[in-house]
Design a protein around this ligand. Structure first.
Ligand code: ATP
Length: 495
């Protein structure tokens, strides 16, 4: 991927080698790959696979995959036959087939690749996910029957909506992949499920540091490094490969929930309200239900209470615990005998962790975070966006910041914001533009939905002016901006 104006993305190297290979997948086999993060020599991890060799020079800067026969999908979203999909740098993904398929893999050699082979379909961890999907489809069918039969009742007696599923488990167990797959499969079956992401490290359809929810009523972008949950799925000033989703986004501004548990709980409460309203307002959305992706949980760290809070706010009636029996046991003990606000029992389902899940290290998550920020402002290889650059006087902007943790009394401050003095320290940070007025109480501003993000390209303290990049044009002065602690300013966007 090479985006004009971004100095830190290395240009394609003419010396890069590529292979054009044919990969044959039997039913339930998966082709797993990672596109290199940088250009340069790459090595392929040897494996017990049917990966052929054969090298031809190429300048293509991404790995491409074409489905040439059969049917295959990426996390629930089908690949079109004979369409060439280009996967950008840093993509880690798998292409799975239920019935057998042939893929043509070309372009840059993946940094690692293997074919996961299963002697019998039931050996694949995906069978459990598929069975769960079918069970959810049954529940959606019943919700539809109920809402057609009892939908006209007064609000308090409304029937329960479709299944509300919370996906949880330890770190790197494949939670987001399961959430994405269930969403893709539901959308493919004609549903319009709501999806909520409560993990601020990832940021669904938004920059990292946020929690968000959106209706997934249309197909997801197979080429998105985040498999359809990334920033390219959100409205922008450019065209989009697939219809965009309209997320409700709240800015947490920190990496981990434990850094400010009360504020995370507040935002989850707000998101829960949005989700309940959307389910009540739209029959198809209500019947399709909800999928909630959660931050990694550890019993030792006391995260059970965090999950319990999310279960309550979203009236969850199915809890899927991926690869973490201890989390399941603790949740069931704490919450197993409770009922949802619709009076339904709560079902706990264990799922095996797929052996394909790759733990992500610091460098990888930093790369994906940077890539998401760049993509938000500049687009991707297929869709170049031109961010609007404006020079603004210090006195024309109202910026608030979260005070340092060390500050006295911080824990007791209900608003958690203070007016920021603009300084060179703000250079290269992204700021959230809040859907509030600069005159609103600080608490209201901090909990307001996010309209979008801007990046501070430069601060000229002598002239008291800032250079600000925004995805669209428009005056910023009447909207409060929030400068939080995360994501940190790794990159100079104007290079
Ligand atoms: N079957 C698979 N084949 C190949 N890669 C996979 C597979 N399942 C998951 N991955 C990859 O493993 C990584 C971790 O998966 P995922 O994000 O689903 O885990 P998670 O439990 O949500 O992580 P976290 O604890 O950080 O929230 C991702 O890069 C994902 O694309």
């Amino acid at each position: 991927m090479s985006i004009p104006g971004l100095g830190q993305i290395a240009p394609p190297q003419p010396t890069t080698t590529s292979t054009t290979r044919t990969i044959t997948l039997r039913p339930f086999w998966e082709y797993r790959f990672e596109v290199p993060r940088r250009t340069g020599p790459t090595t392929v991890t040897p494996s017990t696979t049917n990966l052929p060799t054969g090298t031809t020079p190429s300048t293509t800067s991404a790995t491409t995959i074409r489905l040439t026969t059969g049917k295959a999908e990426r996390d629930g979203t089908e690949l079109a036959l004979n369409h060439t999909y280009a996967f950008p740098r840093g993509t880690r993904a798998r292409i799975l087939t239920y019935t057998g398929a042939t893929l043509e893999v070309a372009g840059e050699l993946p940094a690692s690749e293997r074919v996961a082979q299963y002697a019998r379909p039931e050996d694949s961890p995906e069978v459990q996910v598929l069975n769960l999907h079918f069970a959810l489809q049954e529940a959606r069918k019943k919700a539809k029957e109920r809402s057609r039969r009892d939908g006209g009742r007064p609000e308090q007696q409304q029937p329960p909506p479709g299944p509300r599923v919370l996906i949880c488990g330890g770190p790197d167990t494949g939670k987001t992949t399961v959430a994405r797959t269930l969403t893709g499969l539901a959308t493919r079956a004609g549903g319009q499920p709501l999806v909520a992401s409560l993990d601020p490290r990832e940021g669904m359809l938004a920059l990292p540091g946020t929690v968000s929810a959106a209706v997934f009523g249309t197909v997801m972008d197979v080429e998105d490094p985040a498999g359809g949950f990334g920033v390219r799925g959100t409205p922008s000033s450019g065209p989009s490969a697939v219809p965009v989703k309209l997320p409700n986004v709240y800015y947490f501004g920190r990496e981990r929930v434990e850094e400010d548990v009360p504020f995370w709980r507040t935002l989850v409460g707000r998101l829960g309200g949005v989700v309940r309203a959307k389910m009540a307002a739209d029959l198809v959305v209500g019947e399709s239900g909800l999928v909630v992706d959660t931050p990694p949980a550890s019993v030792a760290k006391g995260d059970i209470e965090m999950l319990r809070h999310a279960m309550m706010e979203f009236a969850v009636n199915i809890v899927v615990v991926v690869g973490s029996p201890d989390v399941q046991a603790a949740l069931q003990k704490a919450w197993g005998s409770n009922k949802t606000l619709y009076g339904e029992p709560i079902t706990f389902l264990p799922l095996d962790q797929s052996d394909g899940v790759v733990p992500r290290d610091y460098e990888f998550t930093k790369f994906t975070r940077e890539a998401a920020i760049k993509e938000y402002f500049f687009g991707d290889a297929k869709r170049t966006l031109s961010p609007f650059t404006q020079s603004v006087g210090f006195d024309d902007l109202v910026i608030f910041k979260t005070p340092d943790d060390a500050e006295e009394g911080y824990d007791n401050r209900p608003d958690g914001l203070e007016r920021a003095e603009i300084s060179a320290e703000m250079s290269h940070w992204t700021l959230a533009v809040m859907n509030a007025s600069v005159n609103d109480p600080l608490e209201t501003i901090r909990q307001a939905p996010v309209m979008g993000f801007v990046a501070v390209a430069d601060v000229d303290e002598d002239r008291r002016r800032l250079k600000v990049l925004s995805p669209v044009s428009g005056r910023l002065g009447n909207r409060p901006l929030v400068w939080a602690r995360w994501p940190e300013p790794y990159i100079n966007l104007l290079g």
